[in-house]
Design a protein around this ligand. Structure first.
Ligand code: NDP
Length: 313
């Protein structure tokens, strides 16, 4: 029997994981890391979020480590991480669909200037300020056209947005204009109404949302960050918002997380903050995805979302 040990989400989630796996993969031997007397040393697979290197060393026979997050930068940057063990990140239909819904919600909010309604409501102000523009007249650009970015792009395109994407390597997505590499960045940004960051956190993407980049956007464009908080140079973002270069921002990820009390972003009238909730699939959906990854690996097939430690994502 294939053995899966789970440390993700801590001891309190053990019951949720057991229920989910009993439902979708009763054939797996699933154990919580926190179960007294559990045989960790002979686990075949580990499902983790932020394990210590020591935890992983104790599971010496792993065929793969599966991360409950799509962002795995914290694991790859851990010097004790066993790089010889394949690392697979979270995916699956629900993870992508939740992200697509979030970005659609944020984009429509930016398009209609919904933040102003929130501020007016807080002040008890009734002021009619219609924005008469539909998503069919709006251009949205997605930085990062990977598993999630490509799905989000298709979703937005289907709804009616004019969608462009930006990625590292050339690969087409039907219906989407795709720009590739640093040289193409200014052209990608030049006519966007809304910019979405769905990049992973790597050496190359840290600080990528900075004054120089924001200058390429049309004045008053909106910004949605669902990638990682460390992509953004915070002073540059605040300056762009204050000067009107950026119209508004919706930030699901910040640096640090949680955002500390008193941080200027909390009270900024042009900023909407959500607490890293854009895409968190249900236990059952995650269990289904993990089951599929394990079945693929047992058949010696390569899972689609296998991380490349050299690439950093
Ligand atoms: P993928 O690895 O599938 O896609 C990453 C994309 O970014 C790829 O298109 C890749 O290009 C592109 N990319 C990476 N580095 C660069 C670079 N230097 N220049 C240009 N393009 C680059 O990741 P996912 O789509 O699964 O996830 C993306 C990120 O979303 C995660 O890393 C995580 O940070 C974030 N996330 C946030 C969540 C939330 O709730 N807020 C939930 C889940 C994920 P190429 O295709 O050429 O390789």
């Amino acid at each position: 029997m294939v053995r899966l040990v789970i440390s993700a989400d801590g001891p309190r989630a053990a019951g949720d994981w057991y229920d989910a796996f009993r439902c979708v993969a009763p054939e797996l031997d699933v154990r919580s890391w926190y179960e007294p007397g559990v045989d960790i040393a002979h686990a075949d697979y580990a499902l983790v979020w932020e394990p210590t290197s020591d935890d992983l060393r104790r599971m010496g026979h792993l065929k793969a480590i599966i991360c409950v997050g799509a962002g795995v930068n914290h694991l790859l940057h851990d010097p004790g991480f066993p790089v010889h063990v394949p690392l697979v990140r979270m995916g699956g239909e629900q993870t992508a669909a939740l992200m697509a819904d979030y970005v659609l919600w944020a984009a429509l909010g930016l398009l209609r200037d919904a933040r102003t309604w929130t501020v007016q409501q807080q002040r008890g102000v009734w002021k009619n300020n219609p924005v008469s523009r539909t998503c069919r007249e709006a251009r949205i650009g997605i930085m990062g056209m990977g598993h999630l970015g490509a799905y989000v792009a298709r979703h937005l395109h289907h709804v009616g947005f004019s969608v462009a994407g930006w990625r590292r390597t050339a690969r087409d997505v039907p219906g989407i204009t795709v720009f590739t590499g640093t040289d193409a960045l200014p052209d990608f940004l030049a006519d966007l109404d809304i910019l979405v960051d769905l990049l992973p956190s790597t050496h190359a993407t840290r600080g990528i949302i900075n004054h120089a980049l924001l200058q390429h956007l049309p004045r008053g464009a909106g910004f949605i960050n669902v990638g990682r908080g460390n992509h953004v140079i915070m002073d540059d973002l605040l300056r762009a918002l204050d000067e009107g270069a950026l119209g508004a921002a919706v930030l699901d990820v910040t640096e640090p997380e949680p955002l500390p009390p008193g941080h200027p972003l909390w009270r900024h009238e042009r900023v909407t903050i959500t607490p890293h909730v854009a895409s968190q699939a249900s236990y059952e959906a995650q269990a289904r995805y993990v089951r599929d990854v394990i079945m693929q690996m047992e058949r010696h097939e390569r899972p689609a979302l296998l991380c490349d430690p050299m690439r950093g994502y």
